[in-house]
Write a protein that binds this ligand. Structure first.
Ligand SMILES: *Cc1c(COP(=O)(O)O)cnc(C)c1O
Length: 421
């Protein structure tokens, strides 16, 4: 039996044997061998930094030693360096419901969002409001504040249930993160986009926690612009460049403001004046970090080989199993589910609120169970279906139960805060 046939239908009391059985019939099981998961580590943080593909070091060595070292500047043409932002964009496009020619991989999420918010403001002159979720990952809101300050606009921060009602005739765009970084709550892309359009506003979506984690259908939802990162569920490597999406219908009209030579119609004509490229290349700005960018392809190739419906089915089964086990084995230890209980509203992560969450997560990491902590009180566990097993879920909760039952998390050294949590 496959997971997609019984997602959510776990037996009342889950055993480790049951978990092992799930792994034996998992249609995605072989993908784990494509990643390096260190011995003794249960990696539940792929929603923050995806694991390394085993093909990555060889690929990086080839780019550095052969393409850079031996072929030098000829690699801009011969190794496809110059076209990487668009060729990778075309590879990524089907994973997010976009067409070829609508996606580029470039720059950071923050910078790409600046470009698109600026373009959106030009497309809706006279309108003043940009609506975002107040509890969103802060960089999106900070960038919106920067654009608003430069353009005399207003940032409106509301929480998820108030987004639809906040959209009015003065709204130029909503800028919403598809899956909430802290809770894993899925925002309804189709409904909110339709609501924005009904009011004449644009809909911009941030896919940082959904690209590679669940099916995304940007064109099916008629989305206007989107951004997302490649170093989380797409396994592109630390700090790998982000992506941006502009649908074909907006490419001729949308204009991004960071008008560098890579966005020029003819970069090597070295013209005095700026003429935007007539295609998605207009959304590029300058020279890209080729070594890092080329590694994005390694992660994307693996993701493209996986069936996204199966990825979603396993993701649901993993998170259901984790929630059931934590509630089965850690009852009375003060954990409150901070993610939606309804699987249809939950992304590929599970968060629990706990007053001592920071120390508890430190104790878990010390024992090889790597999740993360988000202030003020959220312990967050990401479940990446390509390399997390059901037995890992069992073993992780086993360690959590031991840390709670023994009080090991109270050790003074777990109270000191590190720079990156
Ligand atoms: C991870 C994440 C980012 C990252 O932005 P960068 O500019 O690439 O650092 C932005 N927004 C959200 C919602 C994220 O989860």
């Amino acid at each position: 039996m496959r997971h997609d046939e019984k997602a959510g239908a776990n037996p009342a009391a889950i055993t480790r044997d049951w978990c092992v059985e799930q792994d034996q019939t998992d249609p995605l099981a072989d993908f784990r061998d494509a990643f390096l998961i260190p011995d003794g580590v249960i990696y539940l943080d792929g929603n923050s930094l995806g694991a390394m593909a085993n093909a990555a070091p060889g690929h990086a060595a080839r780019v550095v030693e052969r393409e850079w070292g031996a072929d030098l500047i000829r690699s801009w043409n011969n190794a496809g360096w110059f076209d990487l932002p668009t060729s990778l964009g075309d590879t990524l496009a089907p994973l997010i419901g976009a067409d070829a020619g609508e996606v580029v991989v470039t720059d950071s999420v923050s910078v790409n969002l600046f470009k698109l918010l600026w373009a959106a403001a030009d497309m809706r002159p006279g309108r003043r409001k940009i609506i975002l979720e107040g509890s969103n990952f802060p960089t999106d809101n900070y960038v919106a504040q920067g654009v608003a300050a430069a353009r005399g606009l207003e940032v409106v921060l509301v929480e998820r249930d108030a987004i639809a009602d906040a959209i009015d005739a003065d709204t130029l765009a909503i800028c919403i993160t598809h899956v909430h970084y802290k809770t894993g709550h899925i925002n309804d892309m189709a409904a909110l986009t339709a609501r924005a359009h009904a009011a004449g506003a644009l809909a911009i979506w941030d896919l940082c926690h959904s690209a590679g984690a669940l099916p995304v259908d940007l064109n099916g939802c008629d989305v206007d612009f989107a951004v997302g990162c490649t170093y989380k569920y797409l396994n592109g490597g630390p700090g790998s460049p982000a992506f941006l999406f502009v649908p074909r219908r907006h490419i001729a009209t949308a204009r991004q403001p960071i008008t560098g030579w890579w966005g020029h119609n003819a970069p090597f004509a070295f013209d005095k004046g700026y003429t935007p490229a007539p295609d998605i290349r207009q959304f590029l700005t300058g020279t890209q970090p080729i070594v890092s960018l080329s590694l994005v392809g390694v992660g994307l190739d693996l993701m493209r080989a996986a069936d996204m419906a199966r990825v979603r089915a396993k993701s649901i089964a993993l998170t259901e199993t984790f929630i059931a086990l934590v509630e089965q084995r850690c009852a009375g230890h003060g954990f409150t589910l901070a993610s939606p209980r309804n699987v249809d509203e939950r992304g590929s992560q599970v968060s629990f609120a706990h007053a001592d969450g920071y120390a508890i997560m430190r104790a878990l990491i010390d024992r090889g169970v790597i999740g993360d902590f988000r202030a003020p009180d959220i312990v967050r566990f990401g479940f990446t279906p390509l390399y997390v097993r059901f037995a890992d879920v069992w073993d992780a909760v086993d360690v959590l139960a031991e840390v709670m039952d023994s009080g090991a998390w109270r050790d003074a050294r777990y109270a000191e805060r590190e720079a990156v949590t």
